[in-house]
Design a protein around this ligand. Sequence first.
Ligand code: AG3
Length: 324
Amino acid sequence: MKGTFSYLNTERIFIEILAPNYFHGFSFSELIYMEKSRYQLIELYDHKVFGKILILDGRPQFSSLDEHIYHEILVHPAMIAHPNPKQIAILGGGDGCALREVLKYSSAEKVFLVDMDERVVEVCREYLPEINQGSFDDPRVKLMFMDAYAFIKDWNGSPFDVIIIDLTDPISLISAKLYTQEFFKLISSKLSENGILSIQCESPTISKWLFPIHFANIAATLKSVFKHVIHAREFIFSYGSDWGFSYASQSIDLESLTSDLIDRRLKERGIKTKYYCGDTHESITKLPLSIKSEIDSEKPIKLKDAMRYVEEYMDLKDKLEAIL
Ligand code: AG3
């Protein structure tokens, strides 16, 4: 089976186009599993250094080697900034790794995992138990297989303390609409008084060359909706570039999270991490000047433009694949 998105996948070599004339790739030791689900191509490979690598529609989602870096940075700043996170929603994240990190908090009473593709959850449950550590079966977890836009829009239960957005790249309409101002306003209306949003935001340096929705305009969109917004950036080996994360809240002053407070809360709450701590937080949340000014010069992403953005990406992708 050959993939449908921006990459070359011969028997052993995988190449992802990150930007025009710029690639990132792996050679694999083994194909563990491959399936075309209703929504996407799911591939799972084994690699000598990276361990297991999950690829959805030609875009690597994680590897055993560095998934903890991505997931700890995605989850803990928001969970730690909240005084007592009880009700949490994870949008996307069907691999169960963000879920594993959230479940470390004994304050978490109810965690909704909302993923469109039940097959991703089933494949990760079966083939990656050492990574997601049975998180799907925790009694606090409710799995919802549906569109996250509809889940949030129609939610009329008690508000969420933390919402974590762990989506695929904004290059299909299903995911692109979840990075818009309209969606962030809906999120804000479903957060509790001290509620915090955390979201993966693509690469701050590379994504803009290929994706019409990228770090700086996602950040500008968040800024147009939330009072307090901070960002983090770290190199993620399995994506072949730096990666961006943003955290947003209407009431919690996220800028005031100090290294000491983070270490104290991690300790008080009994949270064991491998990568994230007060020092890590300090170092990853300092953005360079050029990235800060890119955010300032961007406009919010509107829902009415999402389809056009996806088409723009498809056009560029076809052109780039044609010259491969
Ligand atoms: N979520 C999306 C990461 C996007 C990676 N994109 C790429 N490699 N082009 C990751 C899911 C992990 N829970």
